[in-house]
Design a protein around this ligand. Sequence first.
Ligand code: ADP
Ligand code: MG
Length: 301
Amino acid sequence: MSIVKTENLVYEYLKRDEEGNVEGVTKAVNDVSLRIRRGDFIAIVGHNGSGKSTLAKHMNAILQPTQGTVWVDGMDTRQEDRVWEIGQRAGMVFQNPDNQIIGQLVEEDVGFGPENLGVPTEEIWKRVEESLRAVGMYQYRTHSPNKLSGGQKQRVSIAGVLAMHPQCIVLDEPTAMLDPSGRREVICAVRELNQAEKVTVILITHYMEEVIHADRVFVMDQGRIALEGTPREIFSQVERLQELRLDVPQVTLLAHELRRRGLKLPEGILTTQELVKALRRYEWPRAESEPGEGGEDGADC
Ligand code: ADP
Ligand code: MG
């Protein structure tokens, strides 16, 4: 069974005038049907305004569909008596870590979620410890969150969600406000959760480098899923991605450019190592007069 499933999901934001009459409609999600398998690492990408956040908010019942249906762990998100339960199954991490941390101490902050769920105290401490260890922040448990770096704060937010024992974590651009080392920390922690703890991860990002380890990628455009596939399938379509106003990882772009100029490299190269390997294997055409083998001139050109 899928952990998240949507069928013909449509969501419209209504703009109302002072009298409450509808004066405009934005179709933010437009006929999206998707399935997310338990335990998968999913990435959702798309330019600004393509509907990623609106879609994400359906995955833990923050929003209800205008049309169509969303199921989380088999529960229809429109069932009002299940909203609380759905919120626990699918935890959410947002962009700004400062808005998500409320505790005076790291361990307190992580304990808030399970405390609100009515988890017994002893169990709370166990979960706090496990969650902080899972994101590599256990040694900071008695620190004040204010003194942490952005990447560390975001890892504490993730621990806070983990402590509620969700089936799935939805992260909406969790690295957008972080520097490169903070981004790396957060992505490593998230990958570890997925691999070691088997938590389903749904990562929304506009950094293409963060997508390459996903099991599946959804590319959104104007509220629709424009492309879906493995990272390699997606990044093999460089021109299509550029049409969809997305950046492509630099190394993928370089490999694509080399192919355009006639080098027979495979499509969808995702990492520097892959490119180096492909170039090493490449059979270079022999020059007519190679240095050391022929004439004395031509060595520099
Ligand atoms: P993304 O996360 O990909 O940037 P969003 O889901 O935030 O996209 O937005 C999709 C569309 O819905 C955009 O056109 C945006 O302007 C609009 N939108 C988002 N939030 C609201 C809102 N609260 N009220 C009205 N329109 C909104
Ligand atoms: Mg967004």
